[in-house]
Write a protein that binds this ligand. Structure first.
Ligand SMILES: Nc1ncnc2c1ncn2[C@@H]1O[C@H](COP(=O)(O)OP(=O)(O)OP(=O)(O)O)[C@@H](O)[C@H]1O
Ligand SMILES: [Mg+2]
Length: 496
């Protein structure tokens, strides 16, 4: 029988270096430079020297040397995965997983780290060798043969120059200094971060931080940075550099949607004066518009740029109002153009008022009665007769008690209007053909107007088939109506 205890005493896990290397390969190899440089900066270096040179088709020589006074506190950290990172409790240091350096090593055929506490050599034979005496007075040097093709080396060298170097730190790559950058603007905001608790577990915490905005240089894609180290591309207007840890996965290459949205919202306020009508159509601006922390003034400015200052929102409660807006050359923005979060912010900003508020359709106006009506005592007998006749026709066609009103208001853009809510019918002789004389028109003219208005009982929209059907039905029904205009005129003592 096979001895099941033969393996007792060995560790739980063995890491297959090559397997880990293959997992790491998915990330661009420039990550190796980013990991080593961020370790040097975290350690408090003022100067970091990187040398990356192709050796052959598959291999390059990589050296990263820094001047951090303390160097490696313990070389154990160079080969132990996932111990508590000594940096865990400080959200203004980049390292947290105790993993990055080992990922780089997994891509190396051989490597050596010499620091203040000694040196460790990772040899080709798969073993590591220590030398306590081989140590430096200050700083650390990492030397390796790393599996990188010529193309990967070239790409990594370009990527290294996208690092945003902290103030008072000097980083050179193959002898050329990474140019320092000056932020265009910065803001302070509350953002989630990760801090280790007493047990070493990384915990989410929301914390006030600075976010710096940088110009995107030619050939670069706008990116999100964590304390100078690129995390992921955003294609926004600026690079964003968050001055504390960003909650990241082990891959360090993505953030969640709400996190980026919160930054975009703040950045939008900074960017607004520089944006044109094309810029505000970009994805990042749309994202910003839906964020809970976006400034109302920024939302209003975006809407003005995108749709014009006189644009309105579509208004299902007043389709005629929409048409009036469109006829005045205003852009009518439809509901589907934005998400509910975006609409909420648009309303809060007072941008895109509903069409029915800006250019109320006749039906809406009638319902709200926002114009001056003529008191009944001032009605002429012609008006009285039309009122009486309209009530009788309305009762027959709609079986409702019609409330007739008259106005002569130039601001009320209708000849007649019917509001179905209160069955109100208003005539406006400022716009009726012939003015007040219209009330003496033949019965057919008045009938035509009444049919047009009473059909709005069924639909506010002249182009809807519902409206068309109502017109036909009411027209047919009118034949059986007993009311006569002539009789009404006689009843009120109208002089023929
Ligand atoms: N250049 C350096 N100078 C001083 N100490 C270093 C240096 N590089 C690495 N270390 C030490 O080695 C530890 C392990 O580094 P490693 O990159 O693996 O993990 P980390 O930086 O703690 O976290 P992360 O996995 O997020 O990078 C660091 O926490 C640090 O203590
Ligand atoms: Mg690290």
């Amino acid at each position: 029988m096979k001895d099941s205890t033969a393996q007792s005493g060995s560790t739980w896990f063995d890491v297959d270096r090559n397997g880990l290397g293959r997992v790491v390969e998915r990330r661009g190899k420039e990550f190796a430079l980013f990991e080593l440089i961020q370790n040097s900066i975290d350690a408090g270096s003022k100067s970091v020297r990187v040398d990356l040179k192709t050796l052959d088709r598959h291999c390059a020589s990589l050296v990263v040397e820094d001047d951090a006074a303390e160097g490696f506190v313990s070389l154990r950290h160079a080969y132990t995965l996932f111990a508590d990172s000594p940096k865990g409790t400080n959200p203004e240091l980049r390292g947290r997983f105790d993993f990055g350096e080992k990922l780089v090593l997994s891509l190396c055929d051989e490597a050596e780290i010499v620091s203040t506490t000694g040196s460790v050599r990772f040899a080709k034979d798969g073993k590591r060798y220590f030398q306590k005496q081989a140590k430096r007075a200050a700083g650390t040097i990492f030397m390796a043969h790393i599996r990188m093709s010529k193309a990967e080396v070239e790409k990594a060298l370009v990527a290294a120059h996208t690092i945003i170097v902290p103030v008072n730190v000097d980083i050179s790559v193959n002898g050329s200094r990474i140019s320092p950058r000056v932020p265009l603007a910065q803001f302070r905001t509350m953002l989630p971060t990760e801090v280790a608790d007493a047990d070493g577990n990384l915990r989410r915490r929301v914390r006030m931080t600075d976010v710096k905005l940088y110009k995107v240089l030619d050939g670069e894609t706008a990116s999100l940075y964590e304390m100078g180290i690129p995390v992921c591309e955003t294609s926004d207007r600026y690079h964003y550099d968050v001055c504390q840890r960003i909650p990241l996965s082990l891959d360090r290459d993505s953030v969640n949607g709400p996190y980026l949205r919160a930054i975009r919202a703040e950045a939008l306020s900074v960017a607004i004066p520089t944006l044109g009508p094309e810029d505000v159509r970009k994805h990042w601006v749309s994202e910003a518009i839906g964020a809970p922390n976006v400034e109302p003034a920024a939302v209003k400015a975006v809407m003005d740029l995108r749709f014009g200052e006189d644009a309105v929102a579509a208004d299902p409660s007043d389709r005629e109002g929409e048409k009036l807006s469109a006829s005045q050359g205003r852009q009518v923005v439809h509901g589907g153009s934005f998400s509910s979060e975006q609409w909420q912010n648009i309303r809060k900003a007072g941008a895109l008022p509903a069409a029915g508020q800006v250019t109320p359709g006749p039906g809406k106006l009638e319902t709200e009665g926002v114009y001056k009506t003529i008191p009944e005592s001032k009605w002429t007998t012609s008006m009285q007769a039309v009122a009486l006749y309209s009530q009788r026709v309305g009762k027959h066609l709609l079986d409702r008690d019609i409330k007739v009103q008259f106005t002569a208001d130039p601001g009320a853009h209708f000849q007649a209007a019917y509001g179905r809510e209160r069955a109100g019918l208003t005539f406006n002789h400022f716009h009726l053909p012939g003015g007040k004389d219209w009330y003496d028109a033949p019965e057919e003219t008045i009938d035509s107007m009444l049919l047009h208005e009473f059909a709005h009982e069924y639909s506010g929209d002249h182009l809807e088939s519902l409206y068309h059907d109502a017109l036909c039905d009411l027209g047919a029904k009118l034949r059986s109506c007993q009311a006569r205009l002539l009789i009404a005129r006689g009843e009120v003592g109208h002089a023929a």
